[in-house]
Design a protein around this ligand. Sequence first.
Ligand code: KIV
Length: 269
Amino acid sequence: MSRSDKVTTRTIIDMKARNDKIVMLTAYDYQTALLEDRAGVEIILVGDSLGMVVLGYENTLPVTIEEMIHHLKAVARARPRALLVGDLPFMSYQASVEDAVRNAGRLLKEGGAEAVKLEGGRRMGKVIRGILDADIPVMGHLGLTPQSVHQFGGYRVQGKDPESADKLIEEASFLDEAGCFSLVLEGIPQQLAERITKSVRIPTIGIGAGLACDGQVLVVNDLLGVLEEFSPKFVKRYAEIGREMTRAFSDFVQDVKNGKFPDGRHSYS
Ligand code: KIV
């Protein structure tokens, strides 16, 4: 593959200036990464949503740095044209700058990531500066940050009142000044996302944050419609893959039970 059109953090920053919408999708495995890359996404995120959609955890908090590295490695083997971003999981960066730098470094060195994402604003200042000092690009993440689910008392839209909206604007500006190359805005009113997008120099990438963001991200399993019972308002289901998978599994079960598989066409003689 020609690497001349490889997406870098510079490409992402320049896209805002050109008013080009940025497309980010999560992936957790090699084949999905290949298909997303062929479809032209600009950023592949191995998000800690891994914990919920792939590993079956109740929330993202149990995800470990080893689990992140394992799935990053699989995605990195697709050698995507897209920029590959790895999420720093809960407690891999909160306790100390040293932890944060070491773990961010592992996502690049062992996992093959090209940038890391972490949640939080001003309180993450020292951590962000430490990671940037190690020449590791950082994507910020504000709003309904899932690692703070217990602090928020559930998955609630953030920034709905003027005071918390102003705080998020200030936090976004902090991340911009601190040197993040982009910023995920999750679960905030679209009007607030628009104000933030206009007020920062770096691109904003929204999820449940309306159309005004410089780009959009979805969790791949949600976009594909894998689980019927999980369909929050902000997710557009571009397929009903779960229904199709269930049909295929049931057909296989029936064929095996009825002695119809394997037939002559699928057997060697
Ligand atoms: O973990 C994740 O998948 C994310 C995206 C939803 C932005 O953080």
